[in-house]
Design a protein around this ligand. Structure first.
Ligand code: FAQ
Length: 332
């Protein structure tokens, strides 16, 4: 099949049989030159599938990620804290929406992605399957979870797929604010009473290891990394980013006055990095299989919210078709 290089959209929808030699050559050239692939460019089916997988999982993580903090909106300790938390949770909703839109440019639909999420087929970040029993958890989520998200996502601003990379730029700016507000919550607690300091430390103890696992399995067990890195989607491996995160956390923990719960954490002069202890990968895989502490609750909540929102989707569709009919009448 001969097509205009780089403009063939016939492979949309994922038919691997629609191999396009010229399109592939143009794609390879763009990747080699570290340029962007845009939605109308021809792209290999596997590249499209990898992106749909990663971008939709990322979107689901933002949407499910609203729940652990949403849990504290009504109980935030002051009006100011409540307003900040509410704004943060709304930001996460926005991130989910940009990312669903980016995934839609790859030929998948919002309905398909939502069905996959609420049926339990799609993955979302393991971190959101842990509970938030104390106010200090709002600090730990901001400091550790948003901190890990930034480490992971800043390189994604240079992802080869244009709509994903561009969405990440704005997302990272907002995550950076989120990380600081979490740090500030913990700092405030650490400068408070003994009880508040203990609450902050107890929360950091629970969130530290799961936050390190957000970067994904060790490189040797990461089946998707090699391809994603060859395609300039991922720029660094899971372990490289995890190390970067640990190195960033240690001085920040000193400022806060909290202890990171890892007896093996120590500076390695030779490597120029902090060594850290083995993580519990069995726990990670259990969470991925849906058996984490909050998996069932998170999915049930999402399902209910989806069902409760059916009337909004129906009303929006009815309004859109009314407007389309009106536009047609005016045009004819
Ligand atoms: N949780 O081969 P790899 C946030 C899966 S957003 C669950 O290494 P890959 C904002 C992986 O999907 C947080 N599953 O995979 C916020 C794959 O399964 P599959 C989300 C995980 O894609 C803050 C399998 O394991 N961020 O926090 C996890 O090359 C506060 C093998 O793994 C993103 O999604 C995990 N932690 O690397 C919101 C960033 N790790 O699909 C609210 C974009 C791995 O083959 C409050 N994503 N898996 O069945 C990425 O950078 C990558 O997808 C990785 C995984 C690094 C997550």
């Amino acid at each position: 099949m001969v097509t205009t290089p780089g403009r063939d959209t016939s492979a949309r929808g994922g038919d691997a049989a629609l191999y396009d030699e010229a399109g592939q050559a143009r794609f390879d050239e763009l990747i080699a030159e570290d340029k962007r692939i845009e939605p109308t460019d021809w792209m290999p089916d596997d590249y499209r599938k990898t992106l749909v997988r990663q971008v939709s999982q990322h979107a689901h993580s933002e949407i499910i990620g609203m729940q652990p903090e949403g849990n504290w909106i009504t109980r935030a300790p002051s009006l100011k804290r409540k307003a900040i938390l509410m704004a943060k949770v709304q930001d996460e909703a926005g991130h989910g929406l940009y990312l669903y839109s980016a995934a839609q440019t790859l030929g998948t639909t919002r309905e398909q992605m939502m069905d996959d999420l609420i049926s339990g087929k799609a993955k979302y970040s393991s971190i959101f399957n842990y509970p938030t029993p104390t106010w200090a958890d709002m600090g730990s989520i901001g400091w550790l979870v948003d901190g890990a998200a930034i480490c992971n996502q800043v390189p994604l601003c240079r992802a080869s797929y244009g709509p994903y990379g561009r969405a990440m730029v704005r997302i990272c700016k907002e995550e950076s604010f989120h990380q600081r507000q979490g740090f500030e919550i913990l700092l405030h607690l650490m400068r408070g009473t003994q009880e508040q300091r203990e609450m902050a430390q107890e929360s950091v103890n629970r969130w530290y290891a799961p936050a390190l696992m957000m970067f994904g399995p060790p490189d040797a067990d990461s089946p998707n990394s090699a391809k994603s890195m060859a395609w300039n989607i991922k720029r660094f491996s899971n372990d490289e980013l995890r190390q970067r995160f640990v190195d960033m956390l240690v001085p920040q923990a000193e400022v806060l006055g909290v202890t990171l719960p890892d007896p093996d954490l120590k500076w390695n002069e030779e490597r120029g990095h902090y060594d850290y202890g083995e993580l519990d990968w069995d726990e990670f895989h259990e969470v991925l299989k849906g058996r984490g502490p909050m998996n069932a609750v998170r999915l049930e909540r999402r399902r209910t919210a989806h069902e409760d929102g059916a009337w909004v989707r129906e009303a929006a569709a009815a309004y859109a078709s009314k407007m389309a009919a009106r536009d047609e009448r005016i045009a004819s």
